[in-house]
Design a protein around this ligand. Structure first.
Ligand SMILES: [Cu+2]
Length: 287
């Protein structure tokens, strides 16, 4: 059982994460995840809904991606219990200047710049055509948007049900659209705001996973979803039958199966994190 811990509170796991992603980049396996995400962004499940975003499948699609990625890291690190660290971006939202958080130091993820400094400074990125480009990873921390606070997370945890018709950015209530960041009437909120706050590739959905902070950010999104699930044990996934292809309870999520898991992930099959074989060391102390 893998336990996912806070990137800034578990130095060994943080450094393992950095070594692991460097190994995956070198072998080309890392770029497969960028291309998986790219193809999902480019797939139109229905008008305004792509394979991985702006629809009900947003949370399960990324849970599946992180699950496969975590197992890849376990293999290259030779540690079957390795848990993907999460970046608790709301903790940093409480700092006077979140760009000074230790996560952006050169021994961790590196900070702002084009290219960024730190362990990933010379990484070549995958472009919107799926090809290796000459661009490196860039960031412009804090230039736009702001990190969601604990209070803003607390404010959406009461949302039920999981999602409502039309299961898109237009859904008027429901937890998924709130956490993804389209329900709140701001230009950029929740998950979307974190991407925008980082800038560079991270603020461009087709190429966002070029930046390895993508997985740390999404582990925290997944953690907040898992908290919601534990607080609302009678809630289930929607849509069951009336949604678009790749979005319904028993549909195989777009782009799967992939190596190394080769699982035909569905929203149903990823609903329970304990079934997938991982847990979080804790949840934000909010409710
Ligand atoms: Cu995201």
């Amino acid at each position: 059982m893998a336990v996912r811990t806070n990137f800034l509170e578990n130095e060994a796991a943080a450094l393992d994460y950095i070594s692991g992603v460097k190994i995956l980049k070198q072998s080309g396996r890392y770029d497969n995840y960028i291309r998986l995400h790219l193809r999902a962004v480019q797939y139109e499940a229905a008008p305004g809904i792509n394979g991985a975003h702006m629809g009900a499948a947003f949370l399960p699609w990324h849970r599946a991606m992180l699950h496969a990625f975590e197992i890849d890291l376990q293999r290259v690190l030779d540690d079957a219990d390795f848990g993907l660290p999460y970046w608790d971006w709301s903790a940093d939202a409480e700092l006077p200047d979140p760009t000074t958080s230790a996560i952006w130091s050169d021994s961790y993820m590196g900070g702002s710049g084009d290219p960024i400094d730190g362990p990933f400074t010379n990484w070549q990125t995958v472009n919107e055509s799926g090809r290796i480009s000459t661009n490196n990873i860039e960031r412009d921390l804090g230039a736009s948007s702001s990190l969601p606070t604990y209070a803003s997370i607390a404010a959406i945890l009461g949302n039920e049900p999981y999602d409502v018709s039309p299961y898109s950015t237009q859904s008027k209530y429901g937890f998924r659209n709130a956490l993804e960041g389209f329900l709140i009437t701001q230009a950029s909120a929740m998950h979307n705001a974190v991407h925008d706050w980082i800038g560079g590739q991270m603020s461009s959905p087709p190429v966002a996973p070029n930046d390895p902070v993508f997985f740390l950010l999404h582990a925290n999104v997944d953690r907040i979803w898992a908290l919601w699930q534990s607080q609302h044990p009678s809630q289930t996934y929607f849509p069951v039958v009336d949604g678009a292809p790749t979005q319904r309870l028993e549909d195989v999520l777009f782009g799967y199966p992939i190596q190394p898991t080769n699982f035909a992930y569905t929203p149903a099959s990823v609903w329970s994190i304990s079934t997938l074989g991982y847990s979080y060391d804790n949840y934000p102390a909010i409710s």
